[in-house]
Design a binder for this molecule. Sequence first.
Ligand SMILES: [Fe+2]
Length: 236
Amino acid sequence: MIEGGYTDIHMHVIPYADDGAEDFDDALAMLRMAYEEGIRNVIATPHSAGFDRWRNDIRKNYELLKEKAEDEPIGINLMLGSEIRIFPDEMGKIFKNIKKGKYPTLNGTNKLLAEFQPGERDFDDVAKCMHMLTDSGYVPIIAHAERYQFSVDQIYELKERGCLIQINYADVIPIGDHPMPKKANIMLRDKMVSFIATDAHRSTRRTPHIGVALKYLYNTYNDVYIDKIVRTEIME
Ligand SMILES: [Fe+2]
């Protein structure tokens, strides 16, 4: 295990916030699993739509989960963030919500986790939105960058314009010609990935297990680079 433990910047661990943790037992089970895997820092990132629906409850449930995890103690430093869904037509509302703190950035930094709509194809629209965010001093981290219809070169273009790239542990092991691991591995090979995260949703499915992926990463890529993306600079 890496000194200081791994940092996971993308986990749906707050109960009743989104399609993640089902209840507090499930959330605590996820955190215990993460601890067993060597993860020591977790940023809870509920989908932004959850904040539209249950804003106050999400914060309350985050605080309660943090308290329960500290009481046990599980040994995980839990922080708050969100996974902000980018709708090109709603950038005004999104900006307002980020500024008001309704859509939390990652642990109070200027970094935020941004996801595109599934099936989003209009690259110019997306690039414009990302540009608006970087222009306002934010550093958007593209959540699971391997999962979109965009090419690796288009993702790199966003990086050149000030975005960072996050990929999911679950997508790193090549499976035949599957496009997601293929893209993830090109981005790893090119050292373009800044963060690798679990995007865990439950203790029973999409779990925070990272052992097999870690073994693959260290066997395939440069140790110093992998150390960097599993630890991540979010804490610095
Ligand atoms: Fe997610």
